[in-house]
Design a protein around this ligand. Structure first.
Ligand SMILES: [Zn+2]
Length: 410
């Protein structure tokens, strides 16, 4: 069933993308179709009694609405319900959103090309919803920059604006991910219910059964992120560790990586005190391993699923200890959570192929050469940089000496 009404056609096309729409009032010669002389939101508020709750992707309902009100403006729901976050760049009067955006870009906070709509006085930039609650915000990112997230909506093209202009699709690009600097600024700060710190988790959480594993590890991840300011590469091994210790049966490593990734969409909150304490304990407190780097090995292609699982757990354990593992088979078998020592012994050479036997303090150990090398290389770089900094401060003669920033692994 085709339509000649461009409003209806557009509303249907949005619904097809999975964006719930709703009919809005329309500007009628300077007034609003709601007929309130004092209307403060001309052509921008819902016609439906239930307001935003009525938004739908149901084509039948949409046809019904635009048959009843053929001129109705179109609203698109934002937030998790539509998978959209919209940045409203408003260039009206003194609050020049475009200017604010340019200032942010000069700081390195760029905005990727994405689906964009020209509005009455600026632009709407549509982004993929990041998967964590996003608050509606006004001017939080800068003058003239508003964000529409949970329980919000935007007036969509080709709606009519009160100033006589029409909302027009300016760029039909695929949706880009919401830039991290925007997500960090607007992620709802509400605490994830029941977040517990690592100590509480270790001492008070017994076995985590199927159905609770995701949620429980997510809460731990949020605490590591929110209370300890940890990055993904630091959170992953801790989750892997507790996944093995507490979850019955453990989740797949992929699932763990996904949980860490989601938690890291929240801005890290680090209290100065904690940072200083960590710095004291370890000069390379910021140095992260990304476990995934140790999964690119060609050998992994020939490993079976359970061998990969053992390998993951052993690598995670080694990461916490600077690239070293105990050499004792029985301990390794326990760390790997293998079901049988016999099976583990049979496959040990494959699983531990990236470790070599070394002697440390007269004790036999296994060493992952790449992991240990990366740590020591970074340590050396750091020492060099530190020395260079001190020398330059002391004499100011060495200013031109290049100091290479340590390779950060994200
Ligand atoms: Zn009105």
């Amino acid at each position: 069933m085709s339509t000649t009404n461009p409003m209806l056609a557009a509303a249907l096309s949005y619904a097809e993308r999975g964006w719930p729409v709703l009919p809005l009032h329309s500007p009628t010669g300077g007034a609003c179709s709601c007929r309130k002389p004092t209307c403060s939101s001309v052509g921008k508020h819902p016609r439906t009694h239930r307001g935003l709750k009525a938004a739908t992707t149901d084509a039948r309902k949409i046809r019904q609405w635009w048959t009843q009100w053929p001129q109705a403006n179109i609203g698109i729901l934002t937030g998790a319900g539509s998978g959209l976050v919209v940045l409203d760049v408003d260039d009206k009067g003194e609050k020049q959103g475009s200017h604010s955006l340019a200032l942010r870009a000069a700081d390195g906070h760029e905005v990727p090309t994405t689906f964009a709509v020209r509005t009455g006085n600026g632009r709407h930039l549509y982004f993929k919803h990041p998967g964590i609650p996003v608050a509606n915000s006004v001017q939080k990112l800068g003058a003239g920059l508003d964000v529409r997230g949970e329980d919000g909506y935007v007036v969509a093209a080709p709606s009519a604006h009160a100033n006589g202009q029409t909302y027009e699709v300016e760029s039909c690009q695929e949706l880009a991910d919401a830039p991290s600097w925007i997500v960090a600024a607007i992620a709802k700060k509400e605490k994830v219910k029941g977040v517990m710190n690592e100590e509480e988790f270790r001492n008070n959480v017994p076995v985590v059964a199927e159905g609770e594993r995701n949620d429980t590890l997510y809460k731990l991840a949020c605490s590591l992120r929110g209370q300890h300011g940890m990055e993904r590469g630091q959170i992953e091994p801790i989750l892997l560790h507790y996944n093995d210790e507490k979850c019955d049966p453990p989740l797949d490593a992929d699932e763990i990586f996904r949980i860490a990734e989601t938690a890291c969409k929240f801005p890290a909150e680090l209290k100065g005190k904690k940072s200083a304490k960590r710095q004291e304990e370890n000069p390379l407190y910021w140095f992260k391993f990304n476990l995934r780097d140790f999964f690119s090995d060609e050998r992994l292609n020939i490993m079976t699923d359970y061998q990969t699982g053992w390998h993951t757990r052993l690598i995670a354990f080694a990461w916490q200890r600077g690239g070293f593992l105990p050499a004792d088979r029985k301990t390794l078998y326990k760390l790997a959570r293998a079901k049988s020592l016999k099976a583990f012994n049979a496959d040990c050479d494959i699983v531990l192929a990236d470790f070599e036997e070394v002697t440390v303090n007269d004790q036999p150990m296994l060493k992952n050469r790449e992991m240990a090398a990366r740590y020591s290389h970074t340590l050396q770089d750091w020492m060099k940089k530190k020395e260079a900094g001190e020398a330059s401060r002391a004499a100011r003669i060495n200013a031109a000496r290049p100091t290479v920033a340590p390779t950060m692994v994200h």
